[in-house]
Design a protein around this ligand. Structure first.
Ligand SMILES: Cc1cc2nc3c(=O)[nH]c(=O)nc-3n(C[C@H](O)[C@H](O)[C@H](O)COP(=O)(O)OP(=O)(O)OC[C@H]3O[C@@H](n4cnc5c(N)ncnc54)[C@H](O)[C@@H]3O)c2cc1C
Length: 381
């Protein structure tokens, strides 16, 4: 494992909201997310560590589809087919479980910030086994698990070039001019993936672009009582979840317009959030939490993820260059999928099947597939 940073979490993973939800439009993605989340839910067995740093925060993932009164029931039925435990919550159920949250089904006016008379009658879906993980803790656990299994890990080690012999990988050149001979190399370099494609000389017919993603967080004041789930508020265009032992609220966007700021150099982008982003997301948040006071400091940060502009799904597996494999373009889904992605790659390379392995075939995400057809190419996919 070659990592240019001093530790793990230098790239997308360090900034990730690490929401672990199963609902996806495609059944294959639903299964992959389910299998990835199973590993996080039983992290100690998965990593083999006696005391892992990361743990699964099983707050449930609540989907609020707004005025669509049939969506939750349809998705609930689908979840059951795949053995994912879920329930449909109406206004009364919501009031009992999440007393601080409004069940209004109307979209807040994000342009003008004007208020409206809220409307009830919601039908929401909750994934009972969903939640989140601290992403850096999880990555550090994997480092330790690898070390304990005898994997060689090199930090502060940047891949600078790749030498091929004919059409096969021969060796990797590092920034310090060392060379490592290898018959197999997996490009898992996140937003820097294009640099590795260039180094090996592979022309990839997918538009994989690092995109700047903003996230806000604030303390949860005493006015907000009761449980808060991980929530995808489709009417408000936001998602939120707790962090820091339930003391803070993290808020991000699920709108396509917030996934459009492409970055040319992944080492050079604005890490502070924008005022405009803060205004519109807070408006949506206050709509969902009517008792949330306007006092309290709002903070934010930005990270990059690698957006596959063609179909928002990753590309995985071998390429036309023998020994050069890809695991790129995760488009905002990569954290929850990671254990299952690792499983698909490992199964293909070793031919072995282990506990926690997924049955989704690697070929589904092959680099030479046709783009997957979707209704909307956003983070929700
Ligand atoms: C703000 C934000 C919110 C997100 N929210 C979610 C979410 O809620 N749920 C979810 O499932 N996913 C989410 N994601 C997406 C998810 O975090 C990513 O898909 C995932 O972390 C990608 O992991 P990766 O290992 O492919 O890339 P990275 O984490 O970027 O890792 C790539 C590593 O490669 C290293 N590297 C790059 N070039 C070289 C080189 N030449 N030599 C050596 N090392 C190199 C980098 O330093 C980096 O550490 C989110 C992402 C962001 C940014």
């Amino acid at each position: 494992m070659l990592e240019k940073g001093a530790a793990v979490g230098e790239g997308s993973t360090g900034a990730s909201s690490a929401v672990c939800r199963t609902r996806y439009s495609l059944d294959e993605m639903l299964v992959l997310a389910r299998d990835g989340i199973d590993a996080y839910r039983d992290w100690q067995s998965f990593t083999g560590l006696k005391k892992p740093r990361a743990s699964f925060h099983n707050e449930g993932v609540l989907w609020m589809p707004g005025s669509d009164r049939t969506w939750a029931d349809k998705e609930h039925e689908r979840m059951q087919r795949f053995g994912v435990s879920s329930a449909v919550l109406d206004d009364q159920d919501m009031q009992k479980r999440f007393p601080s949250m409004s069940t209004c089904t109307l979209a807040p006016d994000l342009e003008t910030g004007e208020t409206h008379s809220c409307e009830g009658g919601s039908r929401n879906l909750i994934e009972l086994e969903g939640g989140y993980v601290d992403p850096v803790d999880a990555a550090q656990d994997l480092v330790q698990a690898c070390q304990e299994s005898g994997v060689d890990l090199y930090f502060k080690t940047r891949v600078a070039d790749i030498t091929t012999q004919g059409s096969r990988v021969e060796s990797i050149s590092l920034e310090n001019r060392d060379k490592i001979a290898t018959p197999l190399l997996i490009n898992a370099s996140g937003p820097w993936c294009q640099q590795i494609f260039d180094a090996v000389g592979l022309k990839v017919n997918w538009e994989l672009k690092p995109v700047r993603i903003q996230v806000l967080y604030r303390d949860i004041p005493e006015e907000i009582t009761g449980d808060i789930p991980v929530c995808v508020d489709m009417a408000g265009g936001i998602y939120f979840r707790t962090q820091n032992r339930g003391r803070q609220l993290v808020v991000g966007s699920v709108l396509a317009e917030d996934e459009e700021e492409f970055v040319t150099d992944p080492d050079d982008f604005r890490r502070e959030h924008d005022d405009e982003f803060e205004l519109s997301k807070l408006h949506a948040l206050h709509h969902r939490f009517p008792n949330l006071p306007y006092r309290g400091k709002i903070r934010g940060y930005c990270g990059l993820y690698t957006f596959n502009r063609d179909d928002v799904h990753p590309i995985l597996g071998p390429t036309e260059i023998e020994g050069f494999w890809v695991a790129n373009g995760f488009s905002g889904h990569g954290f929850k999928l990671a254990p299952a992605i690792g499983s698909m790659l490992a199964q293909s390379i070793t031919g072995e099947k282990r506990d926690f392995d997924t049955d989704v075939p690697l070929s589904f995400f092959a680099i030479d597939r046709a783009p997957i057809r979707l209704d909307s190419k956003t983070v929700l996919a």
